[in-house]
Design a protein around this ligand. Structure first.
Ligand code: ADP
Length: 578
């Protein structure tokens, strides 16, 4: 029923108005002082206050202002009962409407009705506004929660972000999430406004476990669980209060935290005020939001575990190779020395046949030593234990030296060797022994895989990062400088080892830098090898901040190119001496 408060000292007016308004079904009361009016406005909660402006000892302006300024009364429609000539502008401004005295009954009822309609519309507007404000707030919390969730792969952190999001958006008193870790291992994370009694903690554990089991009814549980398997983690907001078992009678919402094929746990929130339909939607949205990142977190955890296992295996393998190689090297050296002694004739005359067999044995011992050295080198590089002695050096010197060591072998196969260099000096910052090792591996392959009467050339030229086709790189296609940044504009020396050999089919090109890879061909079967030369060369080149790549045409020849940054400060250059 609509309520009307009348402030007047004119008994006739009071009587007339009450009679008139009650007659049309409204509840009306009258008061005589400002104090009573303010009090009645709070307690009686009228829709309209009709104020008689002719009361002399009342300050109408301040009465209107008092009503309009207080939260509980500011929506009351104030209608002044004014006498035409006496009211000032100031008085009139403070009100929502006017009725002039002496009033016409019909006009008065019509005016009251009009203000009741306004009041009703304003009420609807306020309610909608506050719901809109609540929805906006919830949306904001949802947005913040989802951006926080996207930034982490830690399971406990994700659940805590979810709990905080629920707490903020739904104003919950208590929120508890049961998170499954492993079978028979779960954590109950409780976010509570106040500390909780021991009995409540136990009850929450039981409640979470039973709710979890009820989700699967007769089906198999994803995780076996009994109450003793649950550890509790509590986050308490304020200390000056206590929650006991009573809060279990309050309103609550419960949900599973899961995706279509993964189950992570359960969550329940509790508060005194009833949850609305929108609250339920908001709750489901927050819980759904956390499921996907939880799935990623789980995958990440699995990947990390596998990585740790792989790292351990890789370490074991390197250690094994390094121990075995060491153990093999010592006896091999003594075999080699003994063979050399016998071959030298110092141990007595040897026949031609003995000489042949001893030479065969020595060649194979040398090969075995080479393989063991390669294995040792690779395991050292991979374990990060390879030591480098970097110094400024002119790369032409190791090129010339390595080519000279292959002259005999090339002669035997009637292979012509060339060095083509656009300058006499290409200074790099490198380890000369390792540069020789890289060149030896590449040139020996070039000679090995080139039939008799072919050609092997080493071309040396200056190049620049901007003019290199990085898509050809075997490893990732980036050039990185010493600060770990992309190296635009850097000058490099480019060395190309080009042969007229058997070539490599396009589909085999990506394989040649892999460990123990040998491309099947009659020649490779004939010449043998370990498949370690190129991976070692690649790793050594990358240790010099360089890159290697290969271009080849099957049955025509191959071109292995590598680049190493040019060293700019020539003052530091020392002669590279063999
Ligand atoms: P290895 O030569 O000891 O077998 P590498 O790692 O040096 O091992 O080379 C791997 C494989 O790449 C070789 O077995 C061969 O099949 C192929 N290869 C390397 N260099 C050449 C080349 N210049 N011409 C043709 N094939 C080559």
């Amino acid at each position: 029923m609509s309520k009307i408060l009348i402030l007047s000292r004119d008994l006739n007016i009071n009587k007339d108005l009450i009679g008139l308004l009650s007659g049309v079904g409204y509840e009306a009361i009258s008061v005589e002082t400002e104090k009573e009016a303010i009090k009645a406005a709070g307690e009686f909660s009228p829709d309209i206050a009709i104020i008689d402006t002719s009361i002399v000892d009342i300050n109408i302006v301040s009465t209107c202002r008092s009503l309009k300024l207080q939260n509980e009364t500011n929506d009351i429609q104030i209608v002044l009962l004014t006498s035409k000539d006496s009211d000032s502008q100031e008085v009139l401004v403070g009100a929502d409407g006017y009725i002039t005295k002496p009033f016409n009954e019909n006009i008065l009822i019509a005016t009251v009705n009009a203000h009741l309609r306004i009041k009703k519309l304003l009420d609807i507007l306020y309610t909608n506004n506050s719901e809109l404000a609540k929805s906006l707030y919830q949306l904001n919390v949802l947005y913040n929660t989802s951006s926080q969730l996207a930034g982490t792969l830690d399971k406990t952190k994700l659940i805590n972000i979810m709990n905080t999001g629920l707490d903020k958006s739904l104003n919950s008193s208590l929120c508890h999430a049961l998170v499954m870790n492993e079978p028979q291992d779960a954590t109950l994370i409780i976010n509570s406004m106040y500390p909780i009694t021991e009995a409540l903690e136990e009850a929450l554990k039981l409640r979470a476990m039973l709710s979890y089991k009820s989700l699967f009814e007769n089906n198999k549980l994803p995780f076996e669980l009994s109450i003793g398997d649950i550890t509790v983690e509590k986050h308490i907001k304020e200390q000056d209060g206590l929650f006991d078992l009573n809060i279990l009678n309050w309103d609550c919402m419960f949900s599973a935290i899961s995706t279509a094929d993964k189950f992570f746990g359960t969550v329940e929130i509790i508060r005194k005020n009833e949850f609305s339909g929108e609250d339920s939607t908001c709750f489901q949205t927050v819980v759904k939001q956390v499921s996907l990142p939880l799935e990623s977190a789980l995958l990440y955890e699995e990947i990390q575990k596998t990585n740790i296992k792989l790292e351990k295996l890789e370490k074991l393998k390197s250690e094994f190779i390094s121990i075995v190689s060491h153990e093999l090297r010592t006896p091999l050296t003594s075999i080699k020395n003994s063979l050399e002694m016998m071959l030298s004739g110092r141990m007595g005359e040897i026949t031609n046949i003995q000489d042949n067999f001893l030479n065969l044995a020595k060649r194979n011992v040398d090969r075995l030593a080479g393989i063991i050295n390669d294995l040792l080198d690779l395991s050292k590089i991979e374990a990060g234990k390879m030591e480098y002695r970097f110094e400024p050096l002119n790369i032409l010197e190791p090129v010339k030296f390595v080519m000279s060591t292959f002259e005999n072998l090339a002669d035997k196969k009637h292979i012509q060797l060339f060095i083509n260099s656009s300058k006499d000096e290409f200074n790099i910052y490198g380890d000369s022994n390792r540069i020789e090792q890289i060149l030896t591996n590449l040139v020996s392959n070039a000679i090995k895989f080139t039939p008799n009467n072919g050609k092997v050339a080493v071309n040396i030229e200056k190049t620049n990062a901007d003019s290199i086709d990085t898509t050809l790189f075997f490893n990732d296609s980036s050039l990185i400088d010493s600060n770990g940044e992309l190296n635009f504009g850097q000058d490099y020396v480019k060395i190309t080892i080009e042969d007229t050999g058997i070539g490599i089919k396009t589909e085999d090109i990506p394989k040649v830098f892999d460990k123990f890879q040998q491309i099947e061909s009659s020649l490779s079967r004939e010449v043998g090898g370990t498949g370690l030369g190129l991976p070692i060369a690649m790793q050594l080149i990358e240790a010099h901040k360089g890159k290697i790549w290969l271009e080849s045409e099957f049955e025509k020849g191959s071109k292995f190119s590598f680049i190493i940054p040019l060293f700019q400060d020539t003052r530091l250059l020392t002669n590279h001496k063999k």
